[in-house]
Design a protein. Structure first.
Length: 273
């Protein structure tokens, strides 16, 4: 068993490879519907907004608005951790490679191809002329790169984010699947994925607690890291000691939390005369 994330450039065959790889391995392909279903379990309003923005505004728009809200970003990260914790999954896009960057059992793939190759593919599959296809690819590339920078402060073309950079210029879908599958077999041998499950579920719990605290203290930079056995590590700043204690009590009251290490600082300045 393994956990795979696939980031891709438009026209690189990344979507097709992700689908075929999941089928070949007998894994579940995690896409938009999976995020929606799990989001509904966390927060119905979260799920409704996720679906509304995608249907009414098209891809990309909802993410720029949606992820600009810290509470929803925390919940999204919780979603990714929990979905990855199921194991035997291929997670497609949406910055999952960044959210899961510290999990050694995750194999992170970036599927790319030269511009002309991608333009030709888009022209063929979307029935566009070459100029229209080129404009489509350029706009899509710019939008996705800007989104990842805005949300995660990362460049999706930073090679450190990936274990494999797969150029499909001289490949078809079957060849791409074969290359990734071979690498995944080695990851499964070297990094037993069972060891990651508890860690991922703990991180997911931490992000849900983080969202709860951020709801009560909007605009504040609060981070919660979930440790094993339900322990929460809280860092950041709040205006007063009472606020820091209140955040701690919110965490302690959350189902599944067994203890809190409170490293919150206060931003209150004392003036003496």
């Amino acid at each position: 068993m393994a956990i795979v994330t696939i980031s891709r450039q438009v026209g690189s065959l990344g979507d097709e490879i992700a689908q075929a790889l999941a089928e070949d391995l007998g894994y579940r392909l995690v896409g938009e519907e999976d995020h929606h279903l799990l989001a509904g379990k966390y927060d119905p309003e979260f799920s409704e907004k996720l679906e509304k923005f995608e249907k009414e505004q098209g891809p990309g728009f909802f993410e720029r608005l949606f992820f600009s809200t810290p509470v929803y970003l925390s919940l999204y990260q919780a979603l990714v951790y929990e979905l990855a914790g199921e194991r035997q999954v291929v997670i497609l896009g949406r910055g999952a490679q960044i959210v899961l960057k510290d999990i050694h059992q995750v194999y992170r793939v970036r599927v790319v191809a030269p511009m002309d190759c991608r333009v030709e593919r888009i022209s063929r599959t979307k029935d566009m002329n070459i100029e229209m296809a080129r404009d489509f690819v350029k706009k899509y590339d710019h939008r996705r790169r800007a989104l990842i920078r805005q949300v995660f402060d990362q460049d999706p073309m930073d090679f450190k984010l990936y274990d494999m950079l797969l150029n499909t210029y001289r490949m078809d879908m079957a060849a791409g699947v074969a290359v990734i599958k071979s690498a995944v077999e080695e990851v499964r041998r070297l990094q037993p994925v069972e060891e990651a499950t508890n860690i991922l579920m703990a991180l997911a719990l931490g992000k849900r607690v983080e969202a709860k605290i951020r709801t009560e203290f909007p605009g504040r930079e609060i981070e919660v890291k979930g440790e094993l056995n339900g322990l929460m590590l809280i860092t950041g700043e709040l205006p007063s000691r009472d606020d820091c204690r209140a955040a701690e009590m919110i965490a302690l009251a959350y189902p599944g939390v067994t203890g809190v290490v409170n490293h919150l600082r206060t931003t209150t300045f004392a003036y003496g005369f």
